[in-house]
Design a protein around this ligand. Sequence first.
Ligand code: SF4
Ligand code: SF4
Length: 82
Amino acid sequence: MAIRLGNNCGNCDNMMTDQMCKVHGVKVGSHYTCDSFEMKLELNNDRDCNTCLRFQREDCANPSKAAPGMMCSVWAPLSVSA
Ligand code: SF4
Ligand code: SF4
């Protein structure tokens, strides 16, 4: 199963730059989420072979098919930010 982005405050469009939640008016962090979660638009479509840690490595599950725009079930993030 491919790794996915977590639906947490850190990826939520409602979290402002000072970490305040627009909906609740309190400081939040990536350990939290709620029913008003909205994924930041710029993070929605960044999963393909180009952003996969395994691209052009021996542990790629589909080396003959891997290409930008493709993706398989063992996708793993190339870089991690917290
Ligand atoms: S508390 Fe809910 S609405 Fe606020 S930033 Fe977190 S997930 Fe988004
Ligand atoms: S085919 Fe799968 S494992 Fe290989 S680079 Fe693409 S997403 Fe990653």
